[in-house]
Design a binder for this molecule. Structure first.
Ligand code: WT7
Length: 647
């Protein structure tokens, strides 16, 4: 299991931090939430669903008869965009800022709910003009500009299913996602700002859509003003279409189970999975968790989630959760060190950010940069901090609390996945006495267990598998185009029990608090990004010199894990050493993304395999992390290791 286990054992005896009396006095969530969920779980979710505006009421909270495909709020009809935008304008909050947008080069723009309604309506009218109808798929490949959020909401408004592809992914990764979903429209920008430079983005789309049969149009937002190639009839400028369209648009209601989005994520095989999320249950849980876990107060808080909309965190906690709760939020386009390491703290000061939700890898990066950087700023507006994406080590947790949170802000360590759609396990800030490194407990309404191979629930101290033993509203409804894989991946491990297998290891400590230990499958977690070993392996094998590759995630102080690859060359391929290794790194960047680029590649004569021919990744991880090798007796040829270490 994960390398963080040892760390965890020592840390679980650490002090816990109860919420302050002031925080408790005004907290959105109190102990009654758990009591209500315990008394009547489905009734509890029905109450949460009433946070939303339903055009037509549902007749049944949950239909689980077609398990593992759930139907929540059966028969109910709603419009997700109406819930995130129109509703707030109609309630008289049109002038409230929805988005304080901060561009990387220092430009900024405030978007009110009125502005958002007009923009989303214009985009919806344009998409309709282009011939798109409910159920069609739209790929969104954009940096963090307001138009990206507008595009998502315009899709939601029309019942178009969006597939956001992280703008750091390569043309080839974009192409496979466009093809898999058969997207008709691709929305992008001319370029994107990266550390003061305008980098091309549309070029990647041009490459990706070349010969892609499903794509009818490419809609382009001008962001950097760099030159682009233009295909007449296919390519359209946003400022010539959306900007000139009518700002009036009436939202239609869609079924609670209408597919809202597909989001691709890495699994244990090379092909990314298109995770399907629907509307009513998804929005209910995104809204409920955003309100209670972040203690969000509409009209008062300034909320900032530092994720990218290319990941599920951006979907649920930049777009749907916060906007459904009428948040005022910061959206920042660039990297944390552009133009220098003060950027995030300048932004917190500038907008008076009160809720700051980020990833452990960034906290560890801040630690490395040194506390004098945050100390140079007035961060007193902050009142709550959140963490997501990977286990947060207790040392980073404490630093986050002390240095960024001024020893007064509760920290919510939120465990969830692309598949779960919204937060599942987390402290409630006005209820839970938190413990550095522990995600604590399932939220009210959510049920989880830690079990062994035989489905036996584990008590304190035993490492086991995390399972979700009851359906939840924002759960995935399938894998796009591959329902067999959906059943196989998540529901076959505990088929008899009917539990969802999360793929994470976990344990309870003596107080019954839950610690998530990391993935138990061949999925790596690099800076909170999920990358499968086999995806990187197949990119490496795509190089003409490589015969075979084995990839492992090795512990890394800053990024959680780093990618380490071992490759065997083809017969007759020339080993040019560093030149070849550099070429292979480029190969992975262009095949997948720079985020999947191996930290280290070693050319080896052989790979350690079991007698049945399976690569022994555990041993490779030991080599990568510089540990002593354990039992190698099942190896075909134990001498392989001397060769690997020597090379
Ligand atoms: C995997 C899901 C959820 C949004 C970002 C990642 C790991 C996530 C935590 C946490 C320990 C965590 C798990 C999970 N993970 N949050 N608070 N503590 N581990 O979404 O890309 O679908 O990855 O991230 O391993 O399975 P994702």
């Amino acid at each position: 299991m994960s390398s963080s286990t040892a760390d965890t054992n020592a840390a679980e005896h650490a002090t816990s931090y109860p919420p302050s009396a002031e925080f408790v006095a005004t907290a959105n969530a109190g102990p009654e939430l758990q009591a209500a969920a315990d008394a009547d779980r489905l009734g509890f979710w029905a109450d949460q669903a009433s946070r939303l505006h339903w055009h037509e009421p549902w007749s049944e909270v949950l239909d689980w008869s077609d398990a593992p495909v759930a139907k929540w709020f059966v028969g109910g009809k709603l419009n997700v965009a109406y819930n995130c935008v129109d509703r707030h304008v109609l309630d008289g909050h049109g002038d409230q800022v929805a988005i304080h947008w901060e561009g990387e080069p220092g430009d900024s723009r405030d978007v009110t709910y009125n502005d958002l309604l007009a923009e989303v309506s214009r985009a919806a009218n344009t998409f309709t003009e282009l011939g798109l109808v409910a159920g069609d798929r739209v790929a969104i490949y954009m940096p963090m500009v307001p138009e990206a959020i507008v595009s998502m909401l315009a899709c939601a408004r029309l019942g178009l299913t969006h597939s956001v592809v992280f703008a750091g992914f390569s043309a080839s990764a974009l192409r496979s996602r466009i093809d898999d979903a058969e997207a008709k429209l691709v929305i992008t920008t001319d370029g994107q700002w990266r550390r003061g430079q305008a980098a091309p983005l549309k070029t990647a789309v041009d490459t990706a859509v070349d010969g892609a049969e499903s794509v009818q149009n490419v809609l382009v937002v001008k962001r950097t003003d760099i030159d682009v190639e233009w295909t007449e009839g296919r390519d359209l400028w946003w400022h010539e279409t959306v900007a000139t369209a009518s700002p009036e648009h009436e939202a239609q209601a869609f079924d609670a189970e209408h597919p809202l989005f597909i989001l691709y994520t890495s699994g244990t095989t090379g092909k990314p999975k298109g995770i399907i999320h629907t509307s009513g249950g998804y929005l209910t849980q995104a809204s409920y968790t955003h309100h209670n876990v972040f203690d969000h107060k509409a009209g008062k808080d300034v909320y900032w989630c530092t994720a990218d909309i290319g990941w599920v965190t951006g979907h649920s906690y930049i777009v749907y959760g916060p906007l459904s709760n009428r948040a005022t939020q910061v959206v920042y386009e660039g990297t944390p060190n552009s133009p220098d390491e003060h950027r995030h703290f300048n932004i917190i000061e500038k907008y008076g950010v009160s809720i700051y939700y980020t990833a452990p890898t960034l906290v560890r990066t801040f630690m490395k940069w040194g506390r004098e950087i945050p100390d140079a700023h007035d961060l007193s507006s902050l009142r709550l901090l959140g963490s997501v994406g990977e286990p947060i080590n207790p040392e980073a947790w404490r630093w986050f609390r002390d240095v960024i949170g001024g020893e007064r802000c509760p920290i919510v360590d939120t465990w969830w996945q692309t598949e779960t759609g919204a937060i599942m396990i987390s402290p409630l800030p006005g209820v839970t006495a938190t413990k550095p490194g522990s995600a604590m407990a399932p939220l009210p309404g959510i049920s989880a267990k830690i079990v062994d191979d035989d489905a036996k629930p584990l008590g304190a101290g035993g490492n086991g598998y995390l399972v979700l033993d009851q359906p939840w509203p924002s759960m995935l409804r399938g894998i796009w185009g591959d329902m067999e894989r959906f059943k196989d991946t998540y529901w076959s491990r505990y088929a008899v029990e009917g539990w969802y297998f999360a793929g994470d290891g976990a344990r309870y400590d003596e107080d019954g608090d839950l610690w998530v230990l990391g993935r138990v499958d061949d999925v790596m977690n690099v800076s909170g990004h999920r990358i499968s070993t086999s995806e990187v392996e197949s990119a490496l094998v795509g190089h003409h010199s490589v015969a075979e590759a084995a990839v492992v995630g090795a512990a890394d102080e800053t990024t959680g894990q780093g990618i380490v690859a071992f490759v065997i060359l083809r017969e007759g391929a020339e080993n040019t050493g560093e030149t070849l290794i550099a070429e292979l790194k480029v190969q992975v960047s262009t095949e997948i993304s720079p985020i999947a680029r191996p930290r280290q590649i070693t050319i080896v004569p052989e790979l350690p395999k079991t007698r049945s021919g399976k690569i022994m990744r555990r041993l490779l991880r030991d080599v990568a992390e510089g540990r002593d090798l354990g039992d190698t007796s099942t190896l075909v040829d134990p001498k392989v290791f001397d060769a690997i270490r020597g090379s």
